[in-house]
Design a protein around this ligand. Structure first.
Ligand code: SIN
Length: 314
């Protein structure tokens, strides 16, 4: 049964879940993050009377997510988890970079209590918004005995913070758990998990992240027909200390980019290959020398490389 006595803290960062449109039937031309999370909670009668707090940290369209907000969110969530009366934290977020924030928190935040992110594809003003149910499911999950670590509640599914990927730009079933699939589902107010809450080994850099303005610059470049080495050279010239190439297929990289990657490596820049394919990752070690990001998606590989470069500074 749910822990109904403990306090749940809901931290808002913006997104479509907090979005409003001038016309109720406009599902595209809305302003993300227009409402504070306090308003979302107040509009959900099912949460009335529960022990919870709502705090708006940001009102971003998550396509504008930045490292300073990540650092503030991580710090804010950690402070709430440290309160004995708090059983866990819900974070409301935009869908566009939800998987990045989930992965960042998963690798940098010690979460012996649950931290459940949620979002919506339809704005709060839509005739049939998906946000209220997603928020309710997230709170249910946080209150569930044994819940821990960073997870995402969306569309009736539960995803581990490592597995999430956005696979559709408009539909309300916009997410997928990659090869791992969902961790479970929330059905009529009851979570049903297919596997145990995943272990979450923290990245060594999590102990000393420092100021986000000083985090190493890591960019993503896609390999494609007609790719130009000059694009990679330009990233290096603009200060990139790491570059993830979203390669074709099993992480293969256009030879023009391979030559530029070798030049970048000579200048002390770390270049890794990931795969731009929707599923899988990079299996094994392809013949050329570029190190692989393994099963990480390009956006996850970017975060991982940034953390690796931070750890290497020590
Ligand atoms: C956003 O990511 O903030 C806008 C899109 C969305 O939440 O679906």
């Amino acid at each position: 049964m749910q822990n109904t006595a403990g306090r749940v803290v809901i931290i808002g960062t913006g997104g479509t879940i907090a979005g409003t449109a001038a016309r109720a039937d406009d599902l595209v031309g809305y302003t993300a993050g227009a409402l504070g999370v306090e308003q979302l909670v107040a509009a959900l009668p099912a949460l009335a009377g529960q022990a919870l707090e709502a705090h708006t940290l940001a009102q971003l369209d998550s396509s504008d997510m930045d490292h300073a907000t990540w650092a503030a969110l991580r710090e804010g969530v950690a402070a709430q988890l440290a309160r004995p009366e708090v059983v866990g934290v819900v974070v409301t977020h935009g869908t566009d970079t939800l998987e990045e924030t989930a992965y960042f928190l998963h690798r940098t935040l010690a979460a012996p209590k649950p931290v459940v992110l949620t979002a919506a594809m339809r704005p709060a003003t839509a005739p049939s918004p998906d946000g209220p149910q997603n928020l309710l499911d997230a709170v249910t999950l946080v209150r569930w005995p044994g819940a821990r670590g960073v997870a995402v509640a969306f569309g009736g599914q539960v995803y581990a913070g490592t597995d999430l990927r956005k696979v559709h730009g408009f539909r309300i079933d916009a997410f997928d758990g990659g090869d791992a699939g969902p961790l479970g589902v929330v059905e009529d107010g009851r979570p049903r998990l297919f596997r145990d809450w995943p272990d979450a080994p923290l990245h060594p850099a999590a102990q000393h992240l420092g100021e986000p303005a000083a985090w190493p610059v890591v960019d993503i470049l896609t390999s494609h027909a007609g790719a130009r080495g000059a694009t990679l050279d330009a990233l290096v010239a603009a200060g990139a200390r790491g570059i993830v190439i979203a390669g074709t297929g099993n992480g293969s990289v256009h030879q023009a980019l391979q030559a530029a990657a070798a030049r970048a490596a000579g200048a002390g820049v770390t270049v890794r290959r990931a795969s731009r394919c929707q599923l899988g990752g990079v299996v094994g070690a392809p013949a050329d020398a570029l190190p692989s990001a393994g099963v990480l998606t390009p956006v996850q590989a970017r975060i991982e490389l940034m953390l690796d470069l931070l750890a290497a500074r020590r």
